[in-house]
Structures are given as structure tokens and as C-alpha cells.
Design a protein around this ligand. Structure first.
Ligand code: ATP
Ligand code: MG
Length: 217
């Protein structure tokens, strides 16, 4: 059996065409079914539906052979035990620093002020501000970071931005780009050796499907 870990929503939706290119079609959609284990047209392939930030953990411990996870999630996880053969170019966004409109971020940084940063991405925030030589207090959040500067919890947030409309709707603005984010195929290193005959063709099919998408856009 091959087990593939995916999260609901954009990653599931955007992985569907890649699975189809590998001849794999789920028998149900996770949005309508409450099942956490979803079968496919292939008896030897199943999907498990987990939280986006849990995908690397399931693959690391071999509970899933493969998975799809954002680069944001992979950096926070650390990537141990994972082979990352392919950037799938899906779920693209940017990790940014944002502040309330009117907050003089550049000025605060120049003055050497200690900044309070609210984020779900504490590892990447720590690394970003350390590289800039900015002293920060990190406040870990699990949900809508956009609220934090509006109610005085933080001076700035580190969050994912795609169109910027959520920032705009909340009177925030992006002030720094940390990195571009997309999702990657991840593979359990032991599974790759033990099930290479089934995993390698899947990697190859994904690779050529990603290449075709890229040349069309
Ligand atoms: P949860 O909703 O469980 O708290 P999450 O917000 O990380 O977790 P998703 O919203 O499904 O889960 O996002 C999955 C991945 O998609 C993220 O890890 C990131 O790489 C990418 N992503 C997040 N937000 C966006 C966005 N607005 N546009 C494009 N890609 C995004
Ligand atoms: Mg989300």
C-alpha cells in the first residue's frame, strides 16, 4: 500500500491534477466526506487527510509514504527524515512582514527598537530578524495573525500573503519580503528505498506534469 498525506483545501485541490497525471483518482472529496482515509481508483494507493502543518510529521515517521507540504511548513518542521524531490509550484504565496498602515517600521528598525512580532512561523521569523540584527519578542499564534497589530498584541506580523487583500481589508501593509513559498512533494526516506518501484514512477509522473504546467503558464 502507498499512503499519500494531503491537507484539505488548496493543497488537495491543486494536487488532484498531478495525481490524475500519475493515474490516481480519489474515490471521494475530503470536503464532502468526513473520512480521513480516502481510497483511490488504485487498490494499492490511499490518501490520508491531515492538517497542513502535520503532513511532514506523518511522512517523517512513515505513517504516510509521501505527502505534499508548503515550504513554510517544511522549514518550521525542519525536514528531518524527508526527501524533497520536487517543487510542485502549487499553493504559491510569499512570507512577509506586515504592519498596521502608518507604523514607521523602517524608523523603528533604524532606531534599534525591540519589536514584538506575532506569528505562526516562529523559526523563520527568528532567523529573519536575527539576520537583520533586529531584536524581537516572538509571540506564537495559531490563527489570524492580522488581528495582532490592530489590538496592540504586536508591532508586526510574519504571515503568508498571496493577493494582499486580507492585509488591505485590515488596514495592514507588507513591509518586507522574507521568501517565496510553494508546495513540495515529500517522501519518507526509508519508503523510497523499500517501495522504489511504485514511488519513483509517481515522482516521474508528477515531474512531467509540473513541467507541462510551467510551460503552459
Ligand atoms: P490551517 O488552515 O490548518 O491552520 P494552513 O493555513 O497552513 O493551516 P492551508 O490554508 O490549507 O493551511 O494552507 C496550506 C499551504 O498553502 C500553506 O502551508 C502555504 O504553503 C500555502 N498557502 C497558505 N495560504 C496561502 C494563500 N493565501 N495562497 C496560496 N497559498 C497559500
Ligand atoms: Mg490557511
Amino acid at each position: 500500500m502507498l499512503t499519500i498525506a494531503l491537507s484539505k483545501g488548496r493543497i488537495f485541490e491543486e494536487t488532484l491534477p498531478l495525481l490524475a497525471a500519475a493515474g490516481i483518482v480519489p474515490t471521494e472529496a475530503p470536503e464532502s466526506s468526513r473520512k480521513l482515509i480516502i481510497g483511490t481508483n488504485r487498490d494499492d494507493v490511499r490518501l490520508i487527510i491531515v492538517r497542513a502543518s502535520d503532513v511532514p510529521t506523518y511522512v517523517q515517521y512513515g505513517a504516510a509514504d509521501l505527502g505534499v507540504a508548503g515550504r513554510d511548513v517544511l522549514i518550521e518542521h525542519g525536514g528531518s527524515g524527508l526527501y524533497q524531490p520536487l517543487d510542485l509550484q502549487i499553493a504559491r504565496c510569499r512570507l512577509m512582514v506586515a504592519v498596521q498602515r502608518g507604523f514607521d517600521y523602517e524608523g523603528a528598525v533604524k532606531q534599534g527598537a525591540r519589536l514584538r512580532i506575532a506569528t505562526k512561523y516562529t523559526e523563520q521569523a527568528r532567523e529573519h530578524f536575527a539576520a537583520k540584527g533586529v531584536h524581537v519578542d516572538l509571540i506564537k499564534l495559531y490563527g489570524s495573525m492580522e488581528l495582532a497589530p490592530l489590538v496592540g498584541l504586536a508591532d508586526a506580523i510574519v504571515d503568508l500573503v498571496s493577493t494582499g487583500s486580507t492585509l488591505k481589508a485590515n488596514n495592514l501593509e507588507a513591509v518586507e519580503h522574507i521568501r517565496d513559498i510553494s508546495s513540495r512533494l515529500i517522501v519518507n526516506q526509508a519508503a523510497l528505498k523499500l517501495k522504489e518501484d511504485r514511488i519513483q514512477p509517481l515522482i516521474d509522473a508528477f515531474t512531467s506534469a509540473v513541467g507541462q504546467e510551467a510551460s503552459q503558464s
